[in-house]
Design a binder for this molecule. Structure first.
Ligand SMILES: NC(=O)c1ccc[n+]([C@@H]2O[C@H](COP(=O)([O-])OP(=O)(O)OC[C@H]3O[C@@H](n4cnc5c(N)ncnc54)[C@H](OP(=O)(O)O)[C@@H]3O)[C@@H](O)[C@H]2O)c1
Length: 195
């Protein structure tokens, strides 16, 4: 695809023209939108024209300009992705595991919960963007990780990710029993994910 805009009416602002590669969608977006607005979202984009040496043509950026195929920027709202991004790591992870959801998970686990090796960590909405990363960080840190999710497919996915225990909170006969069964020793930390 080619840029559909090549000249800005405010030429001094027209520095970077980029094309979207990956979008994000967040359920809470509807709270901040009215009919006719551009869909809110973050994207990974490729710079296709540039007058700013900090963002050369061909470089990739994270932008919060919403669901647009093309956008213009003066660079202030862009985060440059490293030029040597590993070829075997999908760039879409820049809006996922190594983007805001991942940072949310990392901050919560390290700065807020300060989990310690050997502790038992409970995560709800565990199969979501944040919860999946929380559980994996918990495992890296040597915790026992228990996940609660809303379908059997999500529970299977959590097991695949390395969660020690996972259950479907919608089908267990008793939440209390499910929690006790998953961790008879009790829980040291709880990562609450439901807004
Ligand atoms: N993504 C980010 O970058 C980011 C940044 C800062 C803060 N946060 C916050 O972190 C939390 C998780 O975000 P996320 O992006 O991981 O969300 P997500 O991927 O959209 O997952 C949300 C999950 O929450 C569960 N859920 C929704 N409504 C529920 C309800 N009424 N009762 C119980 N469970 C419900 C659903 O999973 P089940 O089917 O398993 O119930 C749903 O899939 C949210 O509070 C969000 O606002 C996210």
């Amino acid at each position: 695809m080619h840029a559909i805009v090549s000249k800005s009416p405010h030429n001094h602002l027209f520095i970077i023209n980029y094309i979207c590669i990956f979008f994000t969608f967040r359920p809470f977006s509807k709270l901040y939108m009215k009919e006719g607005d551009v869909m809110i979202g973050t994207q990974v984009a490729k710079v296709i024209q540039s007058k700013n040496s900090a963002f050369p043509v061909g470089s990739h950026v994270v932008s919060s300009c919403g669901w647009r195929t093309h956008a213009l920027s003066d660079g202030k709202d862009l985060t440059l992705l490293m030029a040597d991004w590993p070829k075997d790591v999908p760039m879409s992870l820049a809006v996922g595991t190594v983007g805001m959801p991942g940072l949310t998970a990392l901050y919560g686990v390290e700065a807020v919960l300060q989990v310690q090796k050997g502790e038992t960590l409970l995560v709800n909405a565990a199969a979501g963007a944040v919860g999946t990363v929380v559980g994996q960080i918990g495992k890296i840190k040597g915790c026992k990780v228990v996940g609660s999710a809303g379908s059997d497919a999500k529970v299977a996915y959590l097991k695949q990710l390395g969660f020690d225990e996972a259950f479907n909170y919608k089908t267990v006969p008793s939440l209390e029993e499910a929690l006790k069964k998953a961790a008879p020793e009790g829980y040291d930390c709880f990562f609450e994910n439901v807004s």
